[in-house]
Ligand binder design. Sequence first.
Ligand code: SAM
Length: 355
Amino acid sequence: RVKTKWAGTRPKVASSDLALHHFDMTYSLQLGDLWPSVRVGMLSEKKYGALVNSFSCDSDVISALQTQGCRDFISTALTEHLSTDPELHNPTAAPITSHIQCFTFPRGDISRFRPARSDSNGLLNYYLLDAASVLPVLALDVQPGHSVLDLCAGPGGKTLALLQTHDLRFLWANDLSGSRTARLRRTLQSYLPTELLMEGKVHVTSVDGRQWRDKDESTFDRVLVDVPCTTDRHSLMEEENNIFKRSRTRERQMLPLLQMELLLAGIQAVRPGGDVVYSTCSLSQLQNECVVQRAVTVAQQEMGIRVEVQNLSSFTRLFSHTFHFAPQPAVGELVLPHLCANFGPIYLCKLRRMS
Ligand code: SAM
């Protein structure tokens, strides 16, 4: 009998092909008729947003972006859509007071942004990111004087967006990975004045976020839990650091457990009455709604903490001119990639700690 020599004979399948096969199996069931169009979007070039760095003294940045045909999707939503949509007139419907500016090209326009430029102080004028990844930060609704924990912060796009609110009293940015924390520090140095970094307002650490579960300190007003996930778009396009690599199967299968533990740590860290936003860049129900639902139950049963999921439907309505949202997930909101607005996937769910 010939012994099977797996290492030598097993055909080498690209991790991105394994990812596509996995997504075809699961997302066609989850998204039904929507899956073919989401699939095409995810396999096509994604769209970026330019998060304006308000700490930069480049006074021309806004007009330069406008001249290229971009608009700040946040102020556009607040000034144009808020006033014309009667559903949004209720002031509690869209609790957004934001200084964040994120420019995007119009729907269907696939122009690319020029690389960011340094101002006379050496600070970069904008940060390019998936514009939908600003939504979890907006949903967090940071208010003046708030202390915020960004539990999984590297490489720092959302940390930078949080700092653009100018409202923070204190920001604790953490990431388990040393290399990601190093990237986060470099990002902060490229975008923030040295004086601000010296003030001690921003604290960066590199520890396992799950440790917050053991701390008996529920002090933060807001916590962002932007967890590691299957990073669906990356998994379809890149071989490097691909979680669908066969050797990482166990790590991938354990993701929902890790995500739930991180969310529970975030719930533990926020003060009663404070808010937590959970987010991923995956379409997976198992990593999105299921994690949230399980964490809410475990928080109540094992930690005696009551958590309520907040309704974000008005929030998504406000931004529906820029992003394609999935029709009503069980809990939370999901930005679906679409050829005309190729942002996401980004899932977000807002939770309020009641006790
Ligand atoms: N919020 C980041 C941003 O906007 O740039 C992206 C975060 S990324 C989706 C998830 C991060 O979680 C990774 O940088 C990873 O190193 C980190 N991570 C993984 N396990 C962790 C843990 N146990 N505790 C804290 N961070 C963890």
